[in-house]
Design a protein around this ligand. Structure first.
Ligand SMILES: Cc1ncc(C[n+]2csc(CCOP(=O)(O)OP(=O)(O)O)c2C)c(N)n1
Ligand SMILES: [Mg+2]
Length: 281
């Protein structure tokens, strides 16, 4: 159980992250806003509660790793890292501008605190599992947290990784599926593109310990991660029921939220809506 004060603090951090995301994207012609807004609750629980990290020593060899395999949602991770003190908040203003350390997709060679370069869907799954194998070989007990998109599960590479991870008993690998029910051009929970069906059952069939929770419920996410950490012998997956564009009703649960710009008027609208939620926590 998480105490009420902690739960509220983590929700506030998530909303702060959302506000930074919309501000960042309002400065560029377009950005991956929908899938960034759907993972801020998860990032808040990971970075404020579960991950073994040291923002002052980002390459600390005993740290846990975060692989954002849906690397197009870099803005969500950048806002989280800045709020955690990995780099100054002002740097967020440089998203995607010439010479920036914050490209639209996550890049470990350019951004302090980014553990893995991602953006080609599916590949982060394999690199995360590879890092988990390496940690086992070194006798370390750190964890690798992997964030997959639901549309990303269309990539066969994810399932190749799933087979290998259970064979190698990678219980230091905890994956999340951001099940926001939308990919670029359609739904993931109908026959519109590729129907994902029962994601938990599929991972379980590959030998994974699978859980499914409300991805906007801080306490539920926290408990699922705690269960995953306790589970020995198998890799874990936590399927998070989320809303693409969560936090800004104009774009929530719309395909158009995948990548779009934010006009000055829309920025005001989004920030006001988020502030209202923040004030009522
Ligand atoms: C291998 C590969 N194919 C295509 C793309 C282009 N692409 C970027 S995001 C995206 C949709 C991803 O959908 P989902 O995983 O559901 O992400 P989210 O809803 O979180 O934005 C696609 C097809 C890519 N980045 N990599
Ligand atoms: Mg999606």
């Amino acid at each position: 159980m998480m105490d009420d004060a902690k739960k509220k603090a983590l929700k506030r951090f998530s909303i702060q992250t959302q506000m930074e995301i919309v501000k960042m994207i309002s400065r560029v012609p377009a950005g991956h806003i929908g899938g960034s807004l759907s993972i801020t609750d998860l990032l808040s629980v990971l970075y404020n509660k579960h991950m073994k990290i040291d923002p002052k020593n980002p390459k600390w060899e005993n740290r846990d790793w975060l692989v954002l395999s849906k690397g197009h949602c870099g803005p969500a991770l950048y806002a989280t890292l800045a709020l955690k003190g990995y780099f100054p908040m002002e740097q967020l203003e440089t998203l995607n501008s010439p010479g920036t350390n914050l490209p639209s997709h996550a890049d470990r060679n350019r951004t302090v605190g980014i553990d893995m370069t991602t953006g080609s869907l599916g590949q982060g799954a394999s690199t995360a599992a590879g890092v988990a194998v390496g940690m086992k070989m070194d006798g370390k007990d750190n964890k690798v947290y992997l964030i997959l998109g639901d549309g990303e599960l269309n990539e066969g590479q994810v399932w190749e990784m799933a087979m290998m991870a259970s064979t190698k008993k990678l219980d230091n690998l905890i994956a999340f599926v951001d099940y926001n029910k939308l990919q670029i051009d359609g739904r993931t929970d109908t026959d519109e593109v590729c129907n994902l069906g029962d994601i938990c059952a599929k991972f379980a069939a590959f030998g994974w310990y699978a859980q499914r929770v409300d991805g906007h419920d801080i306490e539920a996410i926290d408990e699922a991660i705690a269960n995953a950490k306790d589970h020995k012998g198998d890799p874990s997956v936590i399927v998070l029921d989320t809303v693409k564009g969560n936090g800004w009703s104009r774009i929530a649960d719309t395909a158009g939220s995948h990548s779009r710009g934010v006009s000055p008027e829309e920025l005001e609208e989004a920030l006001a809506e988020m502030q209202t939620v923040m004030d009522n926590i």
